[in-house]
Design a protein around this ligand. Structure first.
Ligand SMILES: C[S@@+](CC[C@H](N)C(=O)[O-])C[C@H]1O[C@@H](n2cnc3c(N)ncnc32)[C@H](O)[C@@H]1O
Length: 425
């Protein structure tokens, strides 16, 4: 069993303990576990990390307290063994999280039947990237993959310990997998394994125990293929993590042509180009040269304005009424809600931001026409909403198909009773 060395300085120590010290429900290799520190980090470290974590909406942890958090951690390293043994995952997890991993790990979502992507050099010298090997329709599955390495979002150890833990984690992978891992990009050359982890990590949510000072559900996962996706501020694909099958899927947000680069968004795409640039520089050490960021100044300012408008779309309850309020209120125009969603769709399509609630706007427009009992437009927009569903979601597609055939079975059919609009049924 690999044994980690003990750090004598700093606010954390970790020591190997018996591999049988905690039971695992997950099929796995022997584990090594590390107890947590006896002391808290310096106050300034706590204050900074607490502020960052509390302010990060993705982490959903507004009361995060680093001191309490790390005192309650007991990390363990363990490999996940898959039924078909075609993949390996080395994990560094809090034992409470490890015990909640799916057992047995099911196979991932079935991968596409034919080769959908290839990894090759990008013409813009962004290193390697993922490219479509065939035409992929909107909602199509590009790839599906188990993670190779998983670790907590916040690893409460001092830098020396961290480097040792990463090295040990890598040592748990086979030589060929470790070699592929080491060939991944590193945006902070010189920072070795930590740099590779941070450059390539995808945030995934794992189940965490419901206890005080629980581990954050957000974890960092590195993938050998998916982590090759480069960033775009108008991405044509998005990652989806499926917790039960322990796999990450990559789905097309709009049609992708054979040979086109497959891109995802590393950061929030609705902030201004200047903000995006600052974040990408700080986190990934590159200047974005995507089609949007390369626009001339006037067009870039218009893009910023469009994105700012989209960012607050759902927050403007005074400007955009709720569906129920619109259905009840005869003083509101028949198309006020529909027009607002159509405007958002136009902005999304212009900006290439299908990553933002594209399907939700289509659903809302179809719902609006359903409430107005406009059979023709209801069918047309429900068709578009159905087409925008990821291809694998067969249940949703079937239900929508039924509504298209029999509009009066749509749950909110005719809810806006005082409509003066066209009524075709
Ligand atoms: C997760 S890796 C992506 C794959 C990487 N290109 C490779 O060769 O493995 C992230 C790194 O790719 C590069 N990169 C990604 N998107 C980029 C973009 N839009 N413009 C320039 N470089 C980019 C940056 O060096 C970044 O640190």
């Amino acid at each position: 069993m690999p044994v980690a060395t003990t750090s004598s300085e700093g606010y954390f120590t970790y020591e190997p303990s018996s591999p049988t010290s905690s039971s695992s429900s997950c099929p796995s290799s022997p584990s090594s576990s590390y107890r947590r520190p006896k002391t808290s980090p310096p106050l300034d470290v706590c204050v900074q990390i607490n502020a960052d974590i509390r302010a990060n909406p993705t982490l959903n942890s507004p009361y995060f307290d680093l001191g309490g958090h790390i005192m309650n951690r007991e990390y363990c390293m363990q490999n996940i063994i898959y039924p078909d043994e075609t993949h390996e995952t080395a994990t560094l997890l809090d034992v409470g999280v490890r015990d909640l991993l799916p057992a047995p790990v099911p196979p991932p979502v079935p991968p596409p039947k034919s080769r959908t992507f290839e990894i090759k050099e990008t013409p813009q010298k962004h290193g390697l990237g993922m490219f479509a090997a065939q035409n992929i329709p909107a909602g199509g599955l590009v790839a599906v993959e188990h993670p190779t390495v998983i670790l907590p979002y916040v690893l409460g150890v001092e830098p020396d310990c961290e480097a040792e833990l990463y090295a040990e984690l890598l040592g748990r992978l086979s030589a060929s997998t470790a070699e592929r891992f080491l060939s991944l990009a590193n945006c902070k050359p010189g920072s070795s394994l930590k740099g590779i982890m941070n450059t390539n990590a995808v945030a995934i949510a794992l189940d965490v125990p419901d206890v005080p000072h629980a581990e954050l559900s957000t974890h960092r996962a590195v993938f050998l293929n998916m982590s090759r996706c480069n960033h775009s501020c108008s991405p044509n694909a998005a990652w989806h993590y499926d917790s039960p099958s322990f796999s990450l899927s990559l789905e097309a947000l709009r049609p992708i042509e054979a040979g086109e680069e497959i891109t995802v968004a590393y950061i929030t795409t609705t902030c201004s180009a200047a903000e995006r640039s600052a974040r990408l520089e700080a986190m990934y050490n590159f200047t974005c040269s995507c089609t949007i960021c390369s626009l001339p100044p006037l067009a870039l300012a218009q893009s910023d304005a469009a994105r700012a408008e989209l960012a607050v779309f759902w927050r403007h309850s005074n400007r955009i009424p709720s569906f129920e309020a619109w259905c009840r209120d005869p003083r509101m125009g028949d198309t006020v809600l529909i027009d607002a969603h159509k405007r958002a769709l136009d902005l999304i399509e212009h900006e290439g931001l299908q990553v933002l609630d594209y399907g939700k706007h289509l659903d809302a427009i179809a719902m609006g026409y359903g409430a107005l009992r406009n059979v023709y437009l209801f069918r047309a927009w429900m068709w578009r909403a159905r087409e925008a569903r990821p291809l694998g979601r067969l249940d949703a597609a079937r239900v929508m198909q039924k509504w298209i055939r029999e509009p009066e079975t749509f749950p909110v059919w005719g809810w806006r009773r005082f409509s003066r609009g066209p009524r075709s049924s």
